[in-house]
Design a protein around this ligand. Structure first.
Ligand code: URA
Length: 226
């Protein structure tokens, strides 16, 4: 708890304990590894109360279509809150996904990080697997990659990968670094191939992989650090 509060490193915290500078509920403890409950026990270092720091929480959700990506909805539709039972601390979605879109959503209680991840300055790439009407020509793909003109301006460079084509539709992967409203749908609309289905599969270093639709999991330490 001392290290988690940011007061000292783990090693320094152990020294403080060994030196008798730490009390738990008014009694000096010298035993390393003494367990405390940060919510209930009163821990002091050098006579100063240590405030418990809430743990950092990072959740990855695979949002199905038919859910709002917000925590509540004035119109009473289902929201991602319905998919997050058991997440005790309050977490906030980092960005949005359309009601009819699916895929990776990150949620966290780390507000500053969430802001930064959304800021265009940091260029966090987002990759979408999309099914579109028709089959794109190489020239249409090149124009998506260069940037297309939307009502709110030219889009920044994107990367488009062909995945497979069917009779009337085709599947693509598109990676963008911005997050304007309905951006992918609007980009494909401009080149004449409306989006039929859209799934976010990657967000920065995070990969949706085989997380089942409608389920969530906590990030691993490695993912959270990345
Ligand atoms: N682009 C869209 O058009 N919709 C989404 O949900 C995400 C990206």
């Amino acid at each position: 708890m001392i290290a988690d509060s940011g007061l000292a490193s783990r090693r320094k915290a152990e020294e403080m304990i060994a030196q008798g500078r730490v009390t738990v509920n008014g009694r000096t403890v010298r035993e390393l590894g003494t367990k405390v409950d940060p919510e209930r026990d009163h821990v002091k270092v050098d006579g100063r109360h240590l405030k418990p720091v809430p743990p950092q929480v990072f959740v990855m959700l695979n949002k199905p279509k038919g859910y709002m990506s917000s925590l509540s909805d004035p119109a009473g539709r289902q929201t991602i809150t319905d998919l997050l039972p058991g997440v005790g601390l309050r977490v906030f979605p980092v960005g949005r996904l359309d009601y009819d879109s699916e895929g990776l959503m990150l949620l966290t209680n780390q507000g500053e990080l969430a802001q930064a991840l959304l800021h265009p300055r940091y260029h966090v790439p987002k990759t979408y697997l999309i099914k579109v009407k028709g089959v794109l020509t190489d020239e249409e793909i090149a124009s998506l990659e260069r940037g297309v003109e939307l009502e709110d301006g030219l889009t920044s460079p994107a990367v488009v990968k062909k995945i497979r084509k069917a009779e009337e539709n085709s599947w693509l992967e598109i990676t963008i670094h911005e997050g304007r409203k309905h951006q992918v749908k609007r980009m494909l609309e401009v080149v004449g191939h409306p989006v039929i289905k859209l799934t976010r599969v990657r967000f920065g270093p995070l990969n949706l992989r085989d997380l089942p639709l409608g389920e969530y999991r906590y990030l691993t330490d490695r993912e959270a650090n990345a």
